[in-house]
Write a protein that binds this ligand. Structure first.
Ligand code: FE2
Length: 438
């Protein structure tokens, strides 16, 4: 049973069984108490129900209106910058603008906070509490109930005429003050939530602009890394673009995609420490040269670990982008489960660009051959989910559904049917030839 209904029943019974001589004396008090309890029992669900604040405000106002037996009532919230009352719910007033706005001077705020409860106002006393500079005439109000929390004004409930046109007496004001205490908490809670939501969105905007700034800076940095080694010109920029696009086809979150793009820009940063001669060498590297080249992962890791970047996974991606699922990679010889997904995506983007770009020791291979090789290397060395996503992006290029083409230019053409064939081969490998009927 609704506790409010139960309380109302109990009070009505007490009233019924009271001695006849006391009834007339206690009648008004009982009625007032009954109304207060009813309003309190209505306020609970009104304040805690799952609805938006305007609905909650209307429900609270309706409970207050019943309790105060008021014909007209309005609930204002207060903001201090600028110092303003703004109506959020109103009932009974014939000409109340929506929203009704009342600017407050410091003296009004002080008077409302000092009132410590509802006060009766008249045409000669309202200006202690409210200014007449808003879009509503304060003369309409017969009673003003400040809503305060921890000594701070959060809103005002203003009442107009009562249904029987009588004045509010002291006990009624006390009951109204009790109810307004709960309304004040609800208003305060709403305003805190709003402020929090505003702060969160401001922070997100700041983070987004910060990411944008980093993105631009890193892009320029990547171009600088690649320029040093003329033979891999544009490699880091392309790896960033490929890694982000593969992540997008894998339906990763925006922050993960930003990580992949930034990691792509920085993955070869350690190459700044590698002898420039090795990049132009037309033959294979000897073991010592290979070790020096392989060290770019460790050097890069040392460089980015010392920088506070907004993407915490960058150092491990820089260190492990040459690791392979079968443990044959470097520098740590990690196996599949030890290599985070983001690292595997950048590794694939790096491999794909290495295969399709010109290198001093060989001509670039065709896109079809590169993809066949990549499919062959999955899952032993390359992540099959990432490879699948790479094929998805390339297929989108072939059917023209990519807003920004995955590949630059048209030189690297491949037929849609060939990509579908490669995707089917990959699937066949992964299911080990098993057939699944659907
Ligand atoms: Fe590398």
């Amino acid at each position: 049973m609704n506790p409010g209904v139960c309380l109302r029943g109990t009070l009505k019974l007490l009233w019924f069984f009271a001695p006849a001589s006391a009834v007339s004396v206690q009648k008004d008090n009982f009625r007032r108490l009954l109304r207060t309890v009813e309003a309190l029992s209505d306020l609970g669900p009104a304040m805690t129900g799952e609805r938006d604040f305007p609905q909650t405000a209307r429900a609270m106002l309706s409970a207050l209106q019943e309790a105060a037996d008021a014909r007209e009532i309005v609930l204002f919230t207060y903001s201090d910058k600028p110092s303003l009352l703004t109506s959020v719910a109103t009932a009974g007033f014939a000409l109340m603008p929506e929203p009704a706005l009342i600017p407050l001077l410091p003296k009004h705020v002080h008077a409302l906070v000092s009132a410590r409860g509802p006060v009766v106002v008249s045409s000669t006393s309202y200006d202690q509490f409210l200014s007449s500079n808003g879009n509503v005439a304060p003369e309409l109000f017969k009673c003003v109930a400040p809503l305060t929390v921890s000594g701070k004004l959060v809103g005002v409930v203003a009442l107009g005429h009562r249904r029987d046109d009588s004045q509010f007496d002291a006990e009624e004001l006390e009951s109204l003050g009790l109810l307004c205490h709960y309304v004040a908490l609800a208003v305060h809670n709403h305003m805190l939530t709003q402020t929090l939501a505003q702060r969160v969105s401001e922070n997100l905007r700041m983070v987004a602009s910060l990411h944008g700034f980093y993105d631009t800076a890193l892009e320029a940095f990547a171009a600088a890394i690649d320029v040093k080694h003329v033979n891999i010109h544009g490699h880091s920029l392309r790896v960033a673009r490929y890694a982000a696009a593969i992540g997008e086809a894998m339906e990763l979150e925006t922050s993960e995609i930003a990580t992949l793009r930034s990691a792509g820009y920085l993955h070869d940063i350690g190459k700044v420490a590698v002898d420039k001669r090795l990049f132009g060498k037309p033959t294979s590297l000897n073991p010592e040269e290979f070790r020096e080249m392989a060290d770019h992962t460790v050097v890069g890791h040392q460089i980015v670990s010392g920088v506070q970047l907004p993407w915490p996974r960058i150092p491990e991606i820089v260190r492990w982008h040459h690791e392979r699922a079968d443990g044959s990679g470097y520098p740590d010889g990690l196996r599949l489960d030890d290599v985070p997904m983001q690292v595997r995506v950048v590794a694939l983007a790096d491999t794909f660009d290495a295969m399709t770009s010109q290198r001093p020791y060989r001509e670039p291979i065709t896109l079809g051959s590169a993809l066949s090789e990549i499919v062959r290397l999955a899952p032993q060395k390359l992540d099959p989910t990432a490879v699948q996503a790479l094929l998805v992006q390339l297929r989108r290029d072939t059917v023209g559904s990519n807003r920004t083409p995955f590949l630059e230019g048209t030189a690297q053409a491949i037929a849609t049917a060939d990509i579908d064939h490669l995707a089917a081969s990959l699937q066949h490998k992964l299911s080990r030839g098993r057939l699944y009927l659907t």
